[in-house]
Ligand binder design. Structure first.
Ligand SMILES: *[C@@H]1O[C@H](CO)[C@@H](O)[C@H](O)[C@H]1NC(C)=O
Ligand SMILES: [Cu+2]
Length: 237
């Protein structure tokens, strides 16, 4: 085999490969590759927390051409991430990526497809970070062991309607200085068929994260004992 520069470059790209959200499951049912998802142009992370790319990744401000997945109230949504072309058997995310996992939801004023997710609209539903300081096990290690999957139960008190669901993994292996932390973001369009009348607390994305947040700029290789999530507390419904 003749090793061209292009081939060597592509091998290097694979070695430190990034990842994207590729599937959601609803109550254990796989919705299919990319169904209901706003797809970024590639698997590179977002690194600027003030960019609109923080909302739903690059090209994520519109859902034109993206279907919206119907879900029952109280649904258990599973997010599934991969480095490259889906379920090839390679690590879902490269093990070098040590990351907390967060999930947010935002109600669309009309349709999810028309919603850009800007403003103070996001409610945090889930977060998992440094699980074990003595082994330095992170939420991302569990996602990797679970073939790229993590789950959240949508509180049934949320009103019926169309929403953006935003899953995020913040890889911290080069987060000692800013920009450095790598924000992997995937947004799904969902329609909750019935629900309650809760009015949960909300933040803006971008807006709520700052370069100086201890969860954004942090050295994780100095015997870190706890991780401070950006974006405030989880709303539990
Ligand atoms: C949600 O679904 C996942 C995947 O099927 C499952 O592992 C998990 O236990 C479920 N969570 C709850 C609270 O039912
Ligand atoms: Cu990466």
């Amino acid at each position: 085999m003749k090793f061209t520069l292009a081939l060597l470059a592509s091998l290097a790209a694979v070695a430190n490969a990034h990842f994207t959200l590729q599937y959601i499951w609803v109550n254990g049912v796989d919705q299919g590759l990319n169904t209901g998802l706003r797809i970024p142009p590639n698997n590179n992370p977002v690194t600027d927390v003030t960019s609109k790319d923080l909302t739903c990744n690059v090209n994520g401000l519109s859902g034109a051409g993206v279907s919206t997945v119907s879900i029952p109230a109280g649904a258990n949504i599973t997010f599934e991430w991969h480095q490259h072309a889906q379920r090839t058997g390679e690590d879902a995310i490269s093990g070098g990526h040590k990351a907390p996992v967060l999930v947010y939801i935002a109600k669309a004023p009309s349709t999810a497809a028309d919603f850009d997710g800007q403003g103070v609209v996001w409610t945090k539903l889930y977060q998992s970070g440094l699980l074990n300081p003595s082994t330095q096990e992170w939420a991302s290690d569990v996602v990797n062991a679970n073939n790229g999957k993590h789950s959240v139960v949508i509180p049934s008190s949320l009103p019926a309607g169309e929403y953006l669901l935003r899953a995020e993994m913040i890889a911290l292996h080069v987060a000692q200085s800013y920009p450095g932390a790598q924000f992997y973001i995937g947004c799904a369009q969902v329609k909750i068929s019935s629900g309650g009348s809760a009015s949960p607390p909300k933040i803006a994305l971008p807006g709520a994260y700052s370069p100086s947040d201890p969860g954004v700029t942090v050295n994780i290789y100095n015997n870190l004992q706890s991780y401070t999530f950006p974006g405030g507390p989880v709303w539990s419904g």
